[in-house]
Every structure is written in C-alpha cells, then in structure tokens.
Design a protein around this ligand. Structure first.
Ligand code: MBD
Ligand code: FE
Length: 282
C-alpha cells in the first residue's frame, strides 16, 4: 500500500485539477470588453518583459516547454493559487471590516463530515503530531455572537500532507465542518499541522529550483467561516515562531493571522483562542 511519503506532484496536481473542475462555477458573464481588456494587458505585460529583458529564443522555448509541463502535471491550480491568488483575494476583500481573509489554495473539499461543537476532527488512531485545541467565538462586526455559525477547517498532517491529495490517508483526515453553539462558540480538537512544501518533482518545483527560490509555506490551518446573514470568510491561520511566516512562497500571511498557542495545563499539547468577525451580507 502506498503511503503519503510517496506523494507525487502529478498525483496531487491531477487531484487538484479534477476537484477544481467539479466544484467551481465559471463566470460565463464576463463581457467581451472585459476579457479583451484583461487578456490584452496580460499579453502586453509578457511582451514588455520580453523586450525589456531581451528574451532569447532559448529562453522563449524553455518557457513554452515549462508551460506545457504545468498542464501535464495538473499544476495550474497550484501555480495560480501560489503566485496569483493573493492579489485576487486582496481585491475581493478590500472593503471588509471583519476578520482578515487570505487565499483558499488548491486543497479545499466541500461537504466534509459535520459535527457540533465541541468537536474532534477526523483523524487516524495514531495520528502523529502535537494535539492542538483551537477554540473561539464567531461574532458580527457589531460584536453580537452569531448563532448557527459554521467553521470549515482543513489542514495538512504532521508530515505536511493533505487527505485526498496524497496517497494512504483516510478520506476526510483532518477535515471537518463544525457547528458553533448558540453563542457562536466553538472548540475543535485537532493536530498541529507541519509546514507545507510545494511538490519538488513537478513543474512548479522545477520553476522554484531554477529560480533559486524555496518551496515552503508556513504551517497553516485553512478555514471557511460563515453564519446566516453574513459574508463567508475564507482564511488561514499561522503559528508564531515558524520561520516561513516571514517568507511564505504563496504570499498569504498577514500579521493578524498569526497565532501564538500556549501549552495546555494538562500537558496534552497546545491550545489557542481565535475569534472570527463576519461582515454583514450586502
Ligand atoms: C497549500 O497547502 C496551500 O495552502 C497553497 C495556497 C498552495 C499550495 C499548497
Ligand atoms: Fe494549504
């Protein structure tokens, strides 16, 4: 039986590509004018780079070969979410007054098993790592507790792998939908995730190596938090002291999103409190 340590870029890329095709609604409503304006600017930016940098045929052909490989490896979701999504998120959430959002990334799966608080995320009997109690309250920007709040949480395991995108992990490992109590309070037991390394054996890894960059994201929890009458927020939370908080390859860290967990009094892992503030629906 294969294990998560045998994960390949092509397998996780194929999974992320298939997931994207299944779950996303494409905006068929983009006007001709808008498509022309955006595509024109992007093409011009590429041509300006060619002219400014005096790009050679050798470099142009290397680019062509690499772009073909991104598709073959199924790494378009990974490439776009690592290098482009952060500015899309910045635009999308510029007018929010509540909690900060950040990028979704390529590994969200809707409809994870649902539980009432207090909850424990689905995990293996011998799930490796440090236990983490993640708790808090969901409120409105006016400070009211939000009954019926839903916290969707997904994250990597102690080796940095996501269930359904690496072999050998149970289907819903470290993924869940938690229903807060009537005061918007939630308590979720999970395991501290490890830093995440972009697969080194695919097209994105090849770019990172060729450019002399590093492939790391800081350890993170992914969340989607929602409540009736309020805007859903997609965000991530990071951990103080993680060296990659300061140089996330995906440019998705914000100072407000860095947690400082404390050791638990009973010596059983760590705990941290983080409250979510949701903007009203417009
Ligand atoms: C991840 O886990 C992630 O969150 C992002 C944004 C990109 C690649 C892997
Ligand atoms: Fe992630």
């Amino acid at each position: 039986m294969s294990t998560e340590t045998e994960a390949t870029a092509a397998a996780s890329g194929a999974g992320a590509t298939a997931r994207f095709r299944e779950n996303k609604k494409f905006a068929a409503s983009t006007s001709t004018e808008r498509v022309g304006a955006l595509a024109g600017r992007i093409i011009k930016a590429v041509n300006d780079t060619v002219l400014d940098e005096k790009v050679t045929y050798e470099e142009y052909n290397a680019l062509k070969a690499w772009l073909i490989r991104v598709g073959e490896d199924g790494e378009w979701p990974l490439f776009l979410d690592v290098w482009v999504e952060h500015s899309v998120e910045e635009v999308a959430n510029a007018n929010r007054h509540g909690s900060k959002g950040t990028i979704e990334g390529p590994y969200y799966i809707p409809n994870a098993p649902s539980q009432d608080t207090p909850a424990t995320l689905p995990m293996r009997e011998d799930e490796p790592g440090t236990p983490l109690l993640f708790q808090g309250q969901v409120r409105s920007v006016a400070g009211e507790p939000l009954a019926g709040a839903l916290i969707e949480l997904w994250h990597a395991d102690d080796l940095g792998f996501y269930s359904q995108f690496a072999p050998g992990l149970p289907e819903w490992n470290l993924r869940g939908c938690i229903i807060a109590d009537d005061q918007g309070n939630f308590q979720i037991n999970t395991m501290q995730p490890a830093p995440y390394q972009i697969p080194t054996d695919g097209a994105c890894g090849a770019l990172i190596a060729a450019a002399g960059w590093h492939a790391w994201r800081p350890a993170h929890l992914h969340l989607k938090v929602s409540a009736p009458g309020h805007q859903l927020i997609t965000t991530q939370l990071y951990f103080e002291g993680d060296e990659h908080v300061a140089d996330d390859i995906a440019s998705a860290v914000k100072p407000e999103l860095v947690l400082a967990p404390a050791d638990r009094a009973d010596g059983h892992g760590r705990e941290v409190t983080y409250d979510f503030v949701l903007d009203p629906e417009d």
